[in-house]
Design a protein around this ligand. Structure first.
Ligand SMILES: NC(=O)C1=CN([C@@H]2O[C@H](COP(=O)(O)OP(=O)(O)OC[C@H]3O[C@@H](n4cnc5c(N)ncnc54)[C@H](OP(=O)(O)O)[C@@H]3O)[C@@H](O)[C@H]2O)C=CC1
Ligand SMILES: CC(C)(CO)C(=O)C(=O)O
Length: 335
């Protein structure tokens, strides 16, 4: 099986490095030519978690060097379009691991050139809204969505630290329980088996809607509030005013996801949000990391995504609107 990974960032390098230990052929499509040359020459340096869950150097595990092929995405797309001799066959799977802001029409059009009729796509972004865009640009191709609780941090162009073991749920993008075709199922099972051989825990789901919305609920609460208060995930609920804000944001978001998104998150969703804070207590959330580094955040696809859902059915979303506004200000202030 040939698996191409779009983006040599935290999640992309983690998946590529671990998949390289299987029989799959792995290609990383990077943004820059420079990173593609670095990966081809020196391989990916993976700081793996040990059995107790400590990562890389902290646990004194030697770094693993994983050999993969790599290409800049634009060069690969141009070659595919020109029908250059000797180019790689179209992949069976394309795992898209760029951040939301980089998941543009232009990127999707480049990917279309690199796909064949048998190519399936898996999108691993936090937030919502990107699948609609992908469906417009890749209407005839099988699109799958993944919700992952793995944690990864890129340290330099070729080094990635596995910061937390989690699980990956994957299924059809619009999967509200519709019957999957046999080809679909086989494709998913092949990817599941390969990812499991690489060491990931992978579960297939026919109700990805609920998985996506549960992760969205978690991100819509933890990410903006940790960014605004400049605290770790574990510190967030430890102050009564912050806990009250979390709860208010939970009530608003949960109701919007239920009414506008048809989410069935069941009992205990609030406790699960608190459990994520506890399980990732030392984490600096991705939104706080982005704010600290002066990078664009994914707030537009997280709290902004919740607000868009609300608007569609005439509901109000004052707290989510405020989160988007405040995080955008933080972003602008840091630039
Ligand atoms: N990291 C994590 O633990 C988790 C992340 N996620 C989600 O996964 C997504 C990716 O996150 P993460 O891996 O942390 O992000 P990173 O910023 O580490 O990685 C994104 C990568 O995409 C690359 N990229 C951007 N544009 C293009 C392009 N046009 N062509 C090819 N590559 C491109 C970037 O390249 P360059 O560096 O050159 O700009 C970068 O290497 C996000 O939506 C995040 O919310 C979900 C769960 C866990
Ligand atoms: C679950 C959480 C909040 C873990 O840090 C996350 O997904 C993020 O930081 O984006």
């Amino acid at each position: 099986m040939h698996i191409a990974i779009v983006g040599g960032g935290a999640l992309g390098l983690l998946h590529a490095a671990k998949l390289a230990s299987t029989e799959a052929e792995v290609t990383v499509w990077t943004r820059t030519e420079r990173q593609s040359v670095l990966l081809a020459d020196e391989g990916i340096r993976l700081l793996e978690l040990d059995e107790a869950g400590a990562a890389g150097e902290a646990s004194r595990q030697p770094a693993k060097i994983a050999r993969v092929s790599s290409r800049s995405l634009s060069a690969a797309a141009n070659e595919a379009e020109a029908g250059c001799e000797g180019q790689q066959q179209a992949p069976d799977w394309i795992l898209v691991t760029v951040k939301q802001a980089d998941l543009t029409r232009e990127l999707l059009r480049a990917l279309r050139k690199l796909a064949a009729a048998h190519t399936a796509f898996l999108f691993l972004q936090n937030g919502i809204g990107h699948l609609e865009l992908a469906a417009q640009e890749l209407p005839e191709l099988p699109l799958f969505i993944g919700v992952t609780t793995e944690g990864a941090l890129r340290q330099d162009g070729r080094t990635v630290r596995h910061t937390g073991r989690g699980q990956l749920w994957l299924g059809r993008a619009s999967g509200k329980g519709q019957a999957a075709g046999k080809k679909d199922e086989n494709q998913q099972i092949m990817l599941q088996n390969t990812l499991q051989l690489a060491g990931f825990t992978v579960l297939l789901s026919k109700t990805m809607n609920n998985r996506v919305y549960e992760k969205l609920l978690i991100n819509a609460i933890i990410n903006p509030l940790t960014a605004i208060f400049d605290v770790t995930n574990g510190e967030l609920p430890q102050h009564s005013a912050r806990l009250r804000l979390m709860r208010a944001l939970y009530e608003e978001t949960n109701e919007i996801l239920r009414v506008a998104g048809g989410a069935e998150l069941g009992e205990g969703a609030w406790e699960r949000v608190l459990a994520v804070c506890a399980a990732t207590s030392a984490n600096v959330s991705s939104m706080l990391s982005d704010v600290r580094a002066g990078r664009p955040t994914e707030v537009q696809w997280i709290n902004g995504g919740v607000s868009s859902l609300a608007r569609r059915v005439g509901m109000k979303s004052p707290l989510n609107d405020a989160m988007s506004e405040m995080v955008r200000h933080l972003q602008d202030d840091r630039r």
